[in-house]
Design a binder for this molecule. Structure first.
Ligand code: PEP
Ligand code: MN
Length: 338
C-alpha cells in the first residue's frame, strides 16, 4: 500500500498516517522526495484499505500497488515524470541528448569535446573521471581532477554534466564539484550500498541497466534509490549480454516500451556501449528514438583514434552533428522535438 501525500502535507499529517499504519501492525517506509512524500505500508496489506487514508488531512491518494517496485511504478503515477537537470527537462516532449567522451583526458580534449557537444545541439555533456575497466592495468580515469576538467569544459558551453560514480566514498567530491547527474554504471547496478548512498541526495541519477540484469531487477535497483528519497532517476538501456558475439552488446530495444509502461520515470539509451562501434551508433540511436526513448547518451571524441578509452565507438563532432540532424526527423515523426 502506498499513500501519496499532497505537496503541502505537514509533518503532523505524515505522522498521523504513519500512526494509523502502525496501529494495524504494519511497518512504515517513508520516502521524502523534493516534490512529495510517499508513505509505504510494509506487511500484511489486506488489513488496509484506501478508504482508511484518503479522507485524512494531507493525503492526495492511496492505493494498493501490486508490483514489487512501488515508488518507481507507473501504477500510482500515470503521468510521465520529467526530471530537471539544471534547467534541462528529461522525460518531456523534447528528446535530450547527452554527449561527450568516454573518459576525461586533458583540458584541450575536453574543450574540443564540449564545443562538439554544443555545436551538435546537445544540452548535456558526459565524461568519465572514474572508469570501471576490465583490466586493472588499463587507464582508470583522472579521478577528482577529472571532475574539475569536466566541469570547466562544460561550463564554457553552459552544459550540465553527467559522470559515473563507482564508490560511495567519492560522493562528497561529486557534490562539491557540482556534478549535475550521477551515473551508476552497468557493473554497479546492483551495488546496493552505492544505490542507497545516491538515494540520500537530490542529484538526479542515471541508472544503467546491468549487462545481465532483467527488467525486474533493474526496476528494483531503481527502487533502492527511490526508497531513500531520491526520486530523480533516469533509466539507461546500454545493451545486454546474449549468445551473440558479433557486437559488444545487444541493444534491447524491447526494453524501451516495456520500461515506459512499467515506470513513470524517463528512459534513455546508450547506443555507444551497445554496439561498440561508431558506425553502428546512428542506426541504434534512430531505433531508440523511434521506440520512444526520452534521450540518448552518446560517446563523441575530438579525435576518436586517439581516445584513451573506447576509441572504436566514439563519433567525431562532425558525425555527431549529422546524427543530430537525422534524429530530429525521427523525433518529429514520433511527435517529439529534439
Ligand atoms: C560509460 O558510460 O562510460 C560506461 C562505462 O558505461 P557502462 O557502465 O554502460 O559500461
Ligand atoms: Mn565508454
Amino acid at each position: 500500500m502506498i499513500i501519496v501525500m499532497q505537496r503541502q502535507a505537514s509533518e503532523v499529517d505524515i505522522a498521523a498516517v504513519e500512526a494509523k499504519i502502525r496501529s494495524h501492525g504494519l511497518d512504515v517506509h517513508i520516502s521524502r522526495g523534493i516534490e512529495r512524500t510517499l508513505i509505504g505500508a510494509v506487511g500484511d496489506e489486506r488489513k488496509l484499505d484506501p478508504a482508511m487514508f484518503d479522507p485524512m488531512p494531507g493525503v492526495e491518494h492511496s492505493m494498493h500497488i501490486v508490483k514489487p517496485y512501488k515508488v518507481v511504478a507507473r501504477e500510482w503515477h500515470p503521468g510521465s515524470t520529467v526530471v530537471d537537470v539544471g534547467g534541462v527537462p528529461i522525460g518531456g516532449s523534447v528528446v535530450q541528448v547527452i554527449a561527450g567522451p568516454c573518459s576525461v583526458e586533458t583540458a584541450e580534449q575536453m574543450a574540443a569535446a564540449a564545443a562538439g557537444v554544443a555545436a551538435g545541439g546537445a544540452r548535456l555533456m558526459r565524461g568519465g573521471a572514474f572508469k570501471p575497466r576490465t583490466s586493472p592495468y588499463a587507464f582508470q580515469g583522472k579521478g577528482v581532477d577529472g571532475l574539475r576538467l569536466l566541469k570547466n569544459a562544460a561550463a564554457g558551453q553552459k552544459l550540465p554534466v553527467v559522470t559515473e560514480l563507482m564508490d560511495a566514498r567519492m560522493l562528497d567530491s561529486f557534490l562539491a564539484w557540482g556534478v549535475d547527474v550521477i551515473q551508476i554504471g552497468t557493473r554497479n547496478m546492483q551495488n546496493f550500498d552505492l544505490l542507497k548512498a545516491v538515494g540520500q541526495v537530490t542529484v538526479p541519477v542515471i541508472l544503467k541497466r546491468g549487462m545481465s540484469a532483467t527488467i525486474n531487477e533493474w526496476l528494483m535497483a531503481a527502487e533502492y534509490i527511490a526508497a531513500g528519497g531520491n526520486h530523480n532517476i533516469i533509466f539507461c538501456e546500454r545493451g545486454i549480454r546474449t549468445f551473440e558475439t558479433a557486437y559488444r552488446n545487444v541493444l534491447d530495444v524491447t526494453a524501451i516500451p516495456v520500461l515506459k509502461k512499467e515506470t513513470h520515470l524517463p528512459v534513455i539509451v546508450d547506443p555507444s556501449h551497445a554496439g561498440g562501434k561508431a558506425w553502428m551508433v546512428p542506426a541504434l540511436s534512430l531505433a531508440a528514438v523511434a521506440a520512444g526513448a526520452d534521450g540518448l547518451l552518446v560517446e563523441i571524441h575530438p579525435s576518436p583514434k586517439d581516445a584513451w578509452c573506447d576509441a572504436d565507438q566514439a563519433l567525431t563532432p562532425g558525425e555527431f552533428a549529422q546524427l543530430m540532424d537525422a534524429l530530429r526527423a525521427v523525433a518529429r515523426a514520433v511527435g517529439r522535438d529534439l
